[in-house]
Design a protein around this ligand. Structure first.
Ligand code: CA
Length: 251
């Protein structure tokens, strides 16, 4: 009897279906933390480099084309916020995803970092597993938003038709003002991301709008009243701003 074995082994299948490993640049001067993060990332199949200073980070960010940058804000000489600003100004790194490592007592730095364009932050002390989970979640979010320029957005049972300017929940239309619509669209396009009031104000109301950030709070409240499923899903992040949870908590 001839036993026919499948010539296409598992390894080959894996190689064909998996993409190249993602490269992550870790910017941290404390070597024990940097090595720990590197160890956990590599265990999950990521490739990683370490930059010990801000200047080294800027150099490696251009030469190595990392897919994501983990940036500690506490760095000697050029600090993390300066690095973040410089990364956003360089065309090669303007769109590089950034997760900041921040300290609890530096909440104002976290706000500045988010406004400079960092995508997420993790507060020190953190567990490496949490950081890895945030890295994966950011990659998932980017894969979703890079995919297409959708004409409809969905969130649980909520559907947003961008061409018809229509929002429905379980098929029932919800009437929103233009700004409420704009705010909801911005939240749905950035689930899981902390959006500061200033960022929302600029994105939804525009840079020339003269109102205060309280406008954002008022509109978030109205949006929650009109769309109850957003009630627990739009969470207020202390003094920073708002975040739409990745998935709705209630339907
Ligand atoms: Ca540090």
């Amino acid at each position: 009897m001839v036993i026919v074995t499948n010539p296409v082994g598992n390894d080959w299948m894996k190689a064909m279906t998996s993409q190249r490993p993602k490269k992550i640049l870790i910017v941290e001067d404390e070597q024990d933390i940097a090595q720990l993060v590197k160890h956990y990332l590599e265990k999950e199949g990521f490739h990683s480099n370490i930059a010990k200073t801000g200047l080294e980070a800027l150099k490696l960010a251009v030469s190595e084309h990392p897919d994501l940058i983990i940036l500690d804000l506490m760095l000697p000489e050029v600090d993390g916020l300066e690095v973040c600003k410089a990364l956003r100004h360089k065309p090669e790194t303007a769109l590089s995803p950034i997760i900041m490592l921040t300290a609890k007592k530096e909440e104002s730095d976290t706000v500045v970092g988010l406004e400079l364009g960092a995508d997420d932050y993790v507060t020190k002390p953190f567990s490496p597993k949490t950081l890895v989970a945030r890295v994966k979640s950011l990659f998932r979010r980017l894969a979703r938003t890079n995919n297409q320029n959708p004409t409809t957005l969905a969130y649980g049972l909520l559907q947003m038709d961008l061409t018809r300017h229509e929002v429905t929940v379980r098929g029932d239309e919800v009437l929103l003002t233009a700004k409420e619509f704009g705010l909801l669209e911005h939240l749905l396009r950035h689930p899981g991301r902390v959006l500061t009031r200033e960022v929302l104000l600029n994105e939804v109301w525009g840079y020339d709008y003269l109102g205060t950030t309280r406008t954002v709070d008022v509109h978030v409240r109205r949006l929650k009243l009109k769309v109850p499923l957003l009630n627990e899903s739009i969470v207020s992040i202390k003094t920073l701003g708002y975040k739409l949870l990745d998935k709705p908590l209630t339907q």
